[in-house]
Structures are given as C-alpha cells and as structure tokens.
Design a protein around this ligand. Sequence first.
Ligand code: NIG
Ligand code: FE
Length: 391
Amino acid sequence: MAAVPALLVDDISLLVTNAPELGPGLLGEVERAALVAEDGRIAWAGRSADAPSADERVSVGGRCVVPGFVDSHAHLVFVGDRSGEFAARMAGERYAAGGIRTTVAATRAASDDELRANVAQLVRELQRQGTTTFEVKSGYGLTVEDERRSLAVARGFTDETTFLGAHVVAPEFEGDADGYVALVAGAMLDACVDHARWIDVFCERGAFDEEQSRAVLAAGQARGLGARVHANQLGPGPGVRLACELGAASADHCTHLDEADIAALADSGTIATLLPGAEFSTRSPYPDARRLLDAGVTVALATDCNPGSSFTTSMPFCIALAVREMRMTPAEALWAATAGGARALRRDDVGRLSVGARADFAVLDAPSYVHLAYRPGVPLVAETWKEGKRL
Ligand code: NIG
Ligand code: FE
C-alpha cells in the first residue's frame, strides 16, 4: 500500500498533547503549535516555528486542538427512548435499575438493521462532538442470541466491545438470579466471547451481588476478557473493592465511596471512571472527584450514554459537569476525558498527541480548552479528525 502523504496541521493557537515532555502542565500544552500526521499517526508535534516540511499543509486558523475524546463507557446498542421515565423523575420519582427492562423488551423486538441504524446515528452524534474512540456495551438483550447479536452489531463500529449480559437479571429468570448468572457465565459467554474485548457487571442492589458479580467477572477473565465493573452507583457496596481485587481496568460510577474504597483504588491499577451524565439525569449527588484525585486515584470521564440514566453522547457536556459540579479543574477534566479514558481502556495509542499516537483530534472553535467548561452547551467542536483524516 502506498504511504499516505505527510500532512502538516498548522496555526494551532494551543495544542493539548497530554505529553508532559512536550510542554508544561498536566496537559503538555504547546502554544503556536503544529503537528504532522503520517499514515494515520502523529509523526511530529511541537512549536509551529520548528515544524518539519510535509507534503501538504492545512491551517486551523488559530484555534485550539485537543486529543480526540475517549469515551470508555457507553451503552449504544438499543432502540427506543425513555423520555417518559426521565420526565417522571424530574417530577420527583426515583431512578431504579429496573427501568432497564423496558429497553430490553424494545431491543429484543428490533431487527439487526434497526439496532445498527440506531448505533450509527449515535456514533455520528458522538463524532460531531469530538469523540474518536468509544467503548460499546451489550446488556439490553439478556438472552444468548440477543447478547450475541448486540455485540456483533457493536463490533461493526468499535473494537472496544463489552459483554454486559449481567446488566440486570433477565425477566425469564425473575426470582432465580443464580440461574441467570450460570447462563451468563456459561452459554451466553460462549456465544459472546469472540465479539468482546471486555466483560462488565452491574454490581448493585437490585442487580448483582458481590458473589454473583465475582462469578461473572472471573468467568470472563478465564476466557481472556478484561474486566470492568459498574460499581457503587446507587449506593455503597462491594463493587469498587471487587474491581480492584480482580485487577479490573476500570470501576465505573464510583458515586458512593468510603475511605476503604478510595484506598483500594489508589493502591490498584484500576481507574475510577466517573459518569456525571448519570447524576445529572437522575438528579443525584455527583461523585467527589476532588477526593479521588487528592488521594492519588487516576480518574477518567465518560458519558455512560444509555436511554435510561444518561442519554447524552457529549463528552464536552461531561467535562463541563465535572468542572462545575465535581471540583475538577478544566485541565483535570480534559485529561480525564482523553488520557484518562485511554487508561481505562488500557490503550496507549489514543488520548495523547505525541509521536506514534493515532492522529485523532478535535479542533475547537475556541482559543483554549477552558472554553469546554466555560461555554457549556455551545457546540465548540468545529472538526473531528480520526487517523489523520477529517470526518
Ligand atoms: O450505567 N447502571 C447500569 N446501567 C446503566 C443504566 C441503564 C439504564 O437505565 O438503561 C448505567 O447507568
Ligand atoms: Fe453504564
């Protein structure tokens, strides 16, 4: 295959590299910068005045460039919406895990083409908002065949696919959670393992307890899947400590934590992935990111896009919430939404803009990334580039 000509992307007012060797601060910031993309990768990044020559040049006209967002937690394979449930919550009703079953019924009734079309629509939406890497979970099928086809559909869009058969107990197994866990860890895992990189479980009152969660995660790990856990979302519980004990890549939500949970995260390689869209949409208290960061925990931000508890594809919205409501600085929130997401997916080739990384980035209609939180709700992502090409 012929090499793609090297492309110089120039006139960047502020380049966020997430590579401290390239510039000051957590974000490795470079002012009046440029980068060179070649064969889909970053071949060079630095000050514009020092840029090497390239075959082609484009100017971004003095705008800010940030790494493409890495959304490490999304439930995109479903049909239908639950806006009625949202409206009822805003009128005072509580969020409960059981709402998931409404989407399960709709998803089971949908054709593969309908599922694919819905995912494609959401992927267009998230790309327009600067996301270049995203994870997709199953979890609205809950039969062997519906989980398998959910993951097969997801694989058409991303390699970061997660088997979440243990989202809630399938309606057919009402009153027999252990029977359902045996199915998930057995025949369902067999059918899904080739379409998945990760296994996840909703470890929560009303979903799966510690022992059931451990059984599911251990079965997946024995088949070569990496672990991730929905942990401590609706109340305190064993999820975070279980994630750390099993060496999970990420414990997600982390809303209700005690000191032991925070110590376990700080002592482990498990990333704390915070999903403020869920607290926004369920009108719940936000996780305390400041407490986690001050304890030395690595934090990621993700959307949790799903039709029940967080129907947003917008990483900029999550950054704004994290800054305003979770006591993160704009720099910490941007890092968590890029490099943090990459860590949560155990990826080294995304979430940064330095030599060897994928040339995945967003051009902001703003002089600085601070505007992502300072100008909430404004569509600041002017262009999204993936592997050196404008989408
Ligand atoms: O991450 N926590 C479990 N799953 C989703 C909610 C899914 C739903 O309500 O449909 C979440 O918030
Ligand atoms: Fe989730």
